[in-house]
Design a protein around this ligand. Sequence first.
Ligand SMILES: Nc1ncnc2c1ncn2[C@@H]1O[C@H](COP(=O)(O)OP(=O)(O)OP(=O)(O)O)[C@@H](O)[C@H]1O
Length: 662
Amino acid sequence: MPNSDSLAHAHRVNDVVRGGMLYITSDAVAHSWARCIKEHGLDPSEPRRPPVLGSTDLPTRLRRMSAVIDCARYEMTTLYQQLGDPELAVVLTDTDGVILHMVTSQEFERLAQPLGLEVGAVWSEAEVGTNGMGTCVVEAGPVVVQQADHFLSQYTGLTCSAVPIYDPAGQMTAVLDVSSRSVQPQKHLLLLLGMTARMIENRLIDMRFREAHPIHFHSRPEFVYTLHEGKLVVDDSGRILAANRSALMQLEMSHGQLRGAKLEQIFQTTLDDMLERSHRAAFHPIVTYRAHAANRFFAVARLPAGEENGGPPKLAIPTRPRLVPPPSSAALVPAARMNRLPAGPGLPAATFGDPRLVAHLATARRVIAGGTPLLLRAETGAGKEVFARAVHVAGNRSDGPFVAINCASLPDTLIEAELFGYRAGAFTGAEKGGRRGKIMQSDGGTLFLDEIGDMPLPLQARLLRVLDERMVTPLGTDETRPVDFQLISASHRNLADMVAEGTFREDLYYRLAGIELQLPPLRERTDRAEIIRNLLVAEGRSDAAVTTAAWDLLLRHPWPGNLRQLHHVLRSAVALAAGAPLGLEHFPSLGVPTAQPPASPVAPAPEAPVLPPQLAKERQSLVNLLEAQRWNVSHVAKSLGVSRNTLYRRMHKLLIPVTHSG
Ligand SMILES: Nc1ncnc2c1ncn2[C@@H]1O[C@H](COP(=O)(O)OP(=O)(O)OP(=O)(O)O)[C@@H](O)[C@H]1O
């Protein structure tokens, strides 16, 4: 029997549908109520539960939508964490209203399950009347269905806010919803949901067009690489394959108009030109103009994700606006302090002249001001710890300690003791007086966990607890101690891949990667000359003369071991040279001949054809580069940040025969 509240709700619904719009705030809800009665024949006081798809239908549907679910999963978890309320669920449905994925707490799941909030449940309007997910599908726009806006009285305890998600072809593909018991206005939430939907859409584009060149652009340079950027993906010939919503808005074009157009029909430039200029600008936005118009845009063209290795500044979570407070003027650190780290005993002054690193330092500084954990990814020896120290020094905990621990260099059993500490006699071999762990030592400062990917799984669980509770329990004790530290962790491994393989805890990954920054390897840094000079100063040879050939070699070497290798090589060269100018013969480990150079295994450089001076110069520098890399086109293409095809095209234009390439 329906109770009196439910009957009152039913009267209200019927009144509105019959013509009185007295109680209603939103047209979307009123129209939906009318549909529920007139098209679906529903009764507001009738108790209904959404049907749940069975074991054959659901897996098929999940498989079909797996790309969308994969792209949404991370963003949904992040949104859930940002909202910080265990009494809500973040829900993804397809366009039939079928729940595909849900992020919530166990408590809320228990509460919501009897109402039908579970994976596989069908929340279409036809099944359960007006509701966030089903009504959003029909409206194809953001909707809020707050409590008594629901058609069926049994759902009037719920508040649902939902936004559509579009696929790269511009078709609605899913709905993102937050369901709770909130009685608060939902405007702010709707905004966050909209941003999350855009993030998911951008990820979908990235995933589906891994083989295409992404073009990031905006009319304001500071918005490039953010959620607000326009994004186009183009094939090797510069033909547009897809665009995000911001691109459509900024260019005032539809999907239909953009798809298939060439880049030069949109901007006053070609793909090759944009790629080359982007690379020269170290992937910072370059100026370009709208074709046949004067509007100025800032753009970056990049290699396809499939071809890119390290490459341009890549925030692993590139465009999510973190809930980080904007830097107040008091919090701003003078540039000199930001970008330099003074030399210590035996340590070089850290150099951060590469624009990508400068930008990363600024981002990191802002992020840690809000206490967000920072995860660094870089090749071995690329300067993760030095970078972390620089972030610490520039932060508001710089008066506290910087405590580093390398998880790869300690046996599993010792990491635990090192991290958490132990009381006297906690285990055989323990120090007599017990030991304060690294976590406690970092209290008030920064804890740097290097090679976190090597942390054994059981310890990952303990670390997660510390991060959640901000309490440490030393081994052999029951007492917990509060601790307060900024966490910076680093790895040369891709933790997201490790999560997928099951070797790294997903929940810990999300806790560590408040923001993830990819530091460039040495061979891609534009400040190599400055680094070399500073390392020579650190080796006590600020006056060292270096021959042009040696200098050239140092600048061109690919440095697989990055800054650490460079430092070692310079140290031995200084020792070998014993005060003489550094020449090629002092760098034997780089494969440099000490006596007569052996006969070149490749053909000599081609005769230069007659070309205008500018082209001839361009040709000569490309030939030099090819020579230096023994005509390995892939290596040269990579070092220039262009695709092999682009390089071949350029060689063709400059009349460089490709017969040399192996
Ligand atoms: N920004 C920098 N300026 C000058 N030298 C640097 C810089 N970064 C790193 N180095 C040099 O490279 C060495 C290795 O740096 P660091 O230990 O930070 O690398 P890492 O990436 O943490 O290494 P690993 O992957 O082995 O943990 C430093 O000791 C220093 O000699």
